[in-house]
Design a protein. Structure first.
Lengths: 113, 112
C-alpha cells in the first residue's frame, strides 16, 4: 500500500522552512527521500534505516520514527533551487525486499523569491 | 561516468504495436527496477531484477515483460501497447547495500 504524503503542495518564500511528512500503514525498514524537478528524473536525497535516526544534508534533514511508521523531511531556510516534487519511498522489513520501494504520491514544493 | 541511460527518450505507439525500452547502467549495481509515473500517483513498480538472469513482478506488471541477460542491461517490453500504458517510464538501479536509487532520465511513451 502506498505511503501517504502531506501536505500535497506547499508554497514558500525564500528563507522560509517547510516540513513534509510520509506515513505508512506497514512496518518500515527504510525510508528514502527524492526530489524531482519538472521534466527530470528523481534525485536521491537521503536514506534512513530502521533505528529512528535523523540525517542531514546541508539545510535538508529527515527523521524516521519506526514505531509510528512515519518519516518527516525538514527543509530550512529554503532556496529557489529547492523547488520541485518531493517523494518518499518506503522499504518494508523482510529478507526478500531486495531494495524495492513503494513511493508516495509526492509533495509539490514551490519557492518564490 | 554515465550512470543510468534509458533509450529512447520519447516514443509514440499505435494501439497494438510492440516496443522495447532499454536501460543500461555502468555502476555495477546488482538491483534494477522499472517504474512508471502517472500524474498524482507517484512512481509504481512494474518489474525488478536482483541480478543477471533473474526478474520478478512488481505492483503493476500486467502488459509488460522484462529481461536481464546482462548485469548492466534491463529491458522492458510492451507486447501489445494499450492507451492505459501512456506514461513516463523510469529505470533505476541500486547497490545491494541499500543505498539510494540512481534513476535514468525517463522515457515518455504515448499510446494512441
Amino acid at each position: 500500500q502506498q505511503p501517504v504524503q502531506s501536505p500535497q503542495a506547499v508554497i514558500l518564500r525564500e528563507g522560509e522552512d517547510a516540513v513534509i511528512n510520509c506515513s505508512s500503514s506497514k512496518a518500515l525498514y527504510s525510508v528514502h527521500w527524492y526530489r524531482q524537478k519538472h521534466g527530470e528524473a528523481p534525485v536521491f536525497l537521503m536514506i534512513l534505516l530502521k533505528g529512528g535516526e535523523q540525517k542531514g544534508h546541508e539545510k535538508i534533514s529527515a527523521s524516521f520514527n519506526e514505531k509510528k511508521q512515519q518519516s518527516s523531511l525538514y527543509l530550512t531556510a529554503s532556496q529557489l533551487s529547492y523547488s520541485g516534487t518531493y517523494f518518499c519511498g518506503t522499504g518494508n522489513a523482510g529478507g526478500t525486499s531486495y531494495g524495492k520501494l513503494t513511493f508516495g504520491q509526492g509533495t509539490i514544493l514551490t519557492v518564490h523569491p | 561516468n554515465a550512470g543510468v541511460t534509458q533509450t529512447p527518450k520519447f516514443r509514440v505507439l499505435k494501439t497494438g504495436q510492440s516496443m522495447t525500452l532499454l536501460c543500461a547502467q555502468d555502476m555495477n549495481h546488482e538491483y534494477m527496477y522499472w517504474y512508471r509515473q502517472d500524474p498524482g500517483m507517484g512512481l509504481r513498480l512494474i518489474h525488478y531484477s536482483v541480478g543477471e538472469g533473474t526478474t520478478a513482478k512488481g505492483e503493476v506488471p500486467d502488459g509488460y515483460n522484462v529481461s536481464r541477460l546482462k548485469k548492466q542491461n534491463f529491458l522492458l517490453g510492451l507486447e501489445s501497447a494499450a492507451p492505459s500504458q501512456t506514461s513516463v517510464y523510469f529505470c533505476a538501479s541500486s547497490a545491494r547495500d541499500r543505498r539510494g536509487y540512481t534513476f535514468g532520465s525517463g522515457t515518455r511513451l504515448t499510446v494512441v
